[in-house]
Design a protein around this ligand. Sequence first.
Ligand code: DGL
Length: 256
Amino acid sequence: MLDTGVGGLTVYDALRRVLPEAPVIFAADFVGMPYGKKTEAEVAARVAGLLGRMSERYRPRLACIACNTASTIALGMVRDVLEIPVVGTVPAVKPAALHTQTGTFGMIGTQATIRQRYVDDLERDFASDKTLLRIAAPDLVDEAEAKLRGKPVNLGVVEEAVTRLRGMEGGNAIDAVVLACTHFPLLREELGALFGSDVALIDGAEGIARRIVHLLNGQEFERSGPNRFVVTGPVERAQGLENTLSERGFGAPETF
Ligand code: DGL
């Protein structure tokens, strides 16, 4: 699995619930973080390069891009070059469109994600009779990273994003919000408190986990140790994550 940081752990958690026995190597591209502020070409090059290196080194049976930004930009390209199944994490527009009663729902992602044609296509295919309001809230990525390191979340940052989405034309009618960045479900509690209980916060993690199970098609796994958490750049960037990683069945962080 690949993300820029701990966001992808939201997909990892869902996968472990349905496939606890499968050994996982999770790569956090701390050097490349944040993808959301990069150009399409930069993200595509990094993701294709990293997944190529990972698949040569670790020979996985399947790769999961546990990042919406990387998936909406580079999924097609990565599928063309890797010889294993590649599962992406794309914004959960379809379930949110099915959920909304008011016909208006929101999406919070990174700048790069919300401008992708991939998202326009999802909107056209699954929500053409609905109103989808999109905002970029890249600073929430840092808050999620802080939270998993046991640091306090700056609630002002969360509040600013919620107020901005609510303040868009029609924003008061929102009754569902797509968390279109894998970091954001880590702030579900904080976002939920501000949106209120009438707004469903929807992410794709469980659907992705089910898709992985389906593609692995009943294969058996043999575990030879804890899961691995590998990082680009200095391993010190993982400092503070020790508890969250060990609770999730990972060994000590390693350099990739
Ligand atoms: N977790 C990534 C995503 O799902 C984004 C974080 C970043 O900008 O690097 O989009």
